[in-house]
Each structure stands twice: as C-alpha cells, then as structure tokens.
Design a protein. Sequence first.
Length: 172
Amino acid sequence: MMKESLVKAYSTQANAEWYSAYLYLAMCSHADSLGLKGFANWLYVQYQEEMAHGNHMYQYIAERGEKAIFSAIEKPEKVEWASLTEMFEQVLEHEQKVTGLINDIATLSKNENDHASYNFIQWYVDEQVEEESSADEILSTLKFVKEDPVAVYNMDKEFQARVFVDPFANAK
Ligand code: OFO
C-alpha cells in the first residue's frame, strides 16, 4: 500500500517517462529524415530506455498493490530541429528537468516516510546523473566540432553501435 500522494506522484512520473520516450522517438525520426542512421539509433535506444523507465515505475505501483493513474501523454513540443546542436540542447534541458522531477519524488517519498519508495527512486536518481552526463558530452562535442560534416559522420558511425540493454531485466 502507498499513500495517495505517492500513487499520484509515481503515476505522473511514469507518464513523464513515457513522454520522454515520445520526445526521443520524434528526435529519432528527425535524425532518420536527415539520413543520420547512427544518431537515429542512439535516440531510438534512448526511446527504449525511457519506455523501460516508465514501465518499471508502473510495475512498482502495481507491486505495492495500487492502481496507477492514467492521463494523456502530450505530443512532443517539437518535431523539427534547426541543427543537431539545437536538438541535443533540448535533450540536455529535458534531462535536467526530469532530474528535478525525480528529486521532488525522492523528497516526497522521504517526507511521507515511505522507505520502500525512497529506496526505489534512488535508481532513477543515479540514472539521471548518467543521462545528463551523456547528453552534455554529445552536446559539447557537437559544439566543439561546430558540426563539421566529417566529425558528424564519425559520430554517426559511432552511434550506430549503441544497443538497448534492459536495465530491469534481472528484476523481472
Ligand atoms: Fe528516464 O531517464 Fe531520461 O528522462
């Protein structure tokens, strides 16, 4: 059993994770339309990770014997980006925003004296450090090379190797 405030907060966050997935899928589609298969692949893996984050949160609510609250998933605020730099600026900004949401949930879980939820959310706290760091690294590289075509080509090749690994595979 969970307090109502936590059921609401975790349901809202599951929705936010699924929205993140949707946003990255829109970015994937944009990269694909530019012929950047590696960037598209990187963003598709990002989409898969966000779906897993949302699903895992949903499963946690169910495991605690509660019913998740469902609401509409917003459409991505953008489907076109003027440059890769602009796109990755949005990735970083988005992840920073999500970090704030996760921190709020950690604080709420603690204030509600729900140690299981506080423990559960720590995985997401750590994940956000990694998410911000990888977005920042890509953004810095894009800025450094000023989107030089050869550098972008090499990045694109490198990003083709990224594969989705279900972070919760052992938890099922
Ligand atoms: Fe769910 O990790 Fe990004 O947002």
